[in-house]
Design a protein around this ligand. Structure first.
Ligand code: ADP
Length: 482
């Protein structure tokens, strides 16, 4: 029985302190689930002011020395509100600034080079109190150089895992940063740090880490193909024996219809009336007609090409003609923001929009809608469809990545077998989404009993972090006790 394996997770986001997308949710929940399985888990993030100020009770955990001519780095150690020990990389010239985690001043290569370097130092030497990880798990490109730093230096080192949350963000930097980052020029080649003439942070992690993971089994297969491999498909196929897809989970204390702190009324499968109250509240909050009978489709999303929201825009007139409503929360790409503003202005009472980031409203949109639209072109795992299932809000998704792994299309056979939980379409075009919307509206209007059955099945799905944590523990065990 292996207990207390020491695991260090390295990332750039952490819910509830610093969040841009799903990575933060994962970092906020997975470590606790791993601790429940007996692992001794710690986190490492940059000492963003928002994070440092929120923690309180932070102590020094040792100097790391000078970094890249920009200052002396040191480690601080605190605990998250959930009690997980958290190292902060204190390097004021790179991190002591306002703004989000990816605030761009043209120095993100140095910022996240520093994060990776600090992870490797902590991995090799341990902290001032003697804690040293047996496994370093690097999340996304910002931590991608950590496995490289560890592998390229001689001597005993912890095992390494590189986790891909989104292959589309790769961290490509000019080769001129090799020197300040202290990486050997001899490793700058096709089979090492180089990616098409640049230093590739994520690519380096994929080359040098002992094991690779991503966030769903389907995405693990897709990224080995030219369509979704973002130029790294050859390397990923070559390493397919080391690559595992482990689905993300849902935090049941937050994303639960009878526990979410953000709803006007709680509900459950056995007490569904609260969902009607949530729908009415959402319609009022977003200026929609207060119609209980109108099928209400929600969206909570970053506005990015990846998310396929242009397919929704193509279908807005169609949806309105069907008597349906749209509740949209999101922000990002200015062109998409403008396009959603335009359709909201065109269809007052039928399209409600909030541009921005709003944690509370995200719960109310997902809980108050009848269905949630996630028409992504690619989706490594996707969290909002999992939250929607928990809230009895049927997801309408494209068959890709984690969406394909978590939503069962309402075919007549799947309905007869009691497995159906949503609506799935294949092709990334507006017509295919339109067909799925027709099916959803049809079932909602004409077969309310069937809709309720789907909701019950959706709410009974178990996407717990425990499953994910157990799969991680198996991976760590194989690395630490081969
Ligand atoms: P990604 O990480 O690609 O953005 P995920 O579905 O994995 O997509 O995770 C998105 C997370 O961000 C979810 O927790 C979702 O609720 C949240 N989110 C996205 N946009 C917003 C927003 N505008 N306001 C609040 N939460 C948002």
């Amino acid at each position: 029985m292996v207990r207390g394996m020491r695991i260090l997770h390295v990332a750039a986001e952490l819910f509830p302190y610093v969040k841009v997308g799903g990575l933060a949710d994962v970092m906020g929940a997975l470590p606790q689930a791993l601790r429940a399985e007996g692992a001794d888990v710690r986190l490492l993030l940059p000492a963003y002011p928002a994070l440092r100020d929120a923690l309180g009770g932070v102590v020094s955990a040792g100097p790391l020395g000078p970094f890249a001519g920009v200052g002396e780095a040191r480690l601080l150690l605190g605990r998250t509100a959930a009690g997980v020990p958290l190292y902060l990389l204190d390097l004021p010239s790179l991190f002591d600034r306002p703004g989000g985690p990816y605030d761009e001043r043209g120095d993100s290569c140095l910022r996240f080079g520093a994060l990776s370097w600090a992870a490797a130092r902590l991995g090799r030497q341990g902290d001032a109190q003697g804690w040293r990880p047996q496994v370093v798990q690097a999340h996304d490109w910002q931590a991608g150089l950590a496995p490289a730093y560890l592998a390229l230096e001689a001597g005993p080192r912890p095992a390494t895992v590189m986790t891909i949350h989104n292959l589309a963000y790769q961290g490509r930097c000019p080769p001129s940063v090799l020197k300040p980052l202290g990486l050997p020029a001899s490793a700058f080649h096709l089979h090492g740090l180089e990616f098409h003439g640049d230093l590739g942070f994520l690519k380096a992690g994929l080359v040098y880490a002992d094991r690779l993971t991503t966030v769903s089994p389907t995405y693990a297969r897709e990224i080995q193909t030219p369509e979704q491999g973002e130029g790294l498909e050859g390397l990923l196929a070559h390493r397919s024996g080391d690559l595992t897809g482990i689905l993300n989970g849902v935090d049941p204390d937050l994303w639960h219809p009878s526990r979410s702190p953000h709803l006007p009324m709680h509900f459950a499968s056995s007490r569904p009336s609260g969902k009607k109250v949530c729908k009415n509240h959402l319609q009022r909050e977003l200026g929609l007609r207060e119609s209980p009978a109108a099928p209400l489709f929600g969206i909570v999303s970053r506005f990015a090409v990846q998310k396929g929201l242009d397919l929704v825009l193509e279908n807005v007139d169609h949806l309105v003609a069907l008597g349906a409503q749209l509740a949209v929360l999101g922000s990002g790409d200015p062109a998409l923001e403008a396009a959603f503003r335009a359709v909201a202005a065109q269809h007052p009472g039928s399209v409600g929009l909030r541009v921005g980031y709003d944690e509370g409203l995200s719960h109310r949109v997902i809980a108050g809608s009848d269905a949630l639209l996630v028409p992504s072109r690619h989706e490594p795992c996707g969290l909002t469809q999992l939250y929607a299932l928990a809230f009895g809000t049927l997801p309408v998704v494209r068959r890709t990545g984690g969406l394909a792994d978590t939503v069962v299309d309402a075919t007549s056979q799947a309905q007869a077998e009691g497995r159906a939980t949503g609506f799935v379409f294949e092709d990334p075009n507006g017509w295919a989404l339109g067909e799925a919307l027709n099916r959803a509206c049809g079932l909602y209007r004409d077969q309310p009993a069937a809709w309720t059955r789907l909701q019950r099945t959706a709410m009974a799905q178990d996407f717990s972090w425990r499953t994910s944590a157990r799969q991680h523990m198996e991976l760590y065990r194989a690395l630490v006790h081969p």
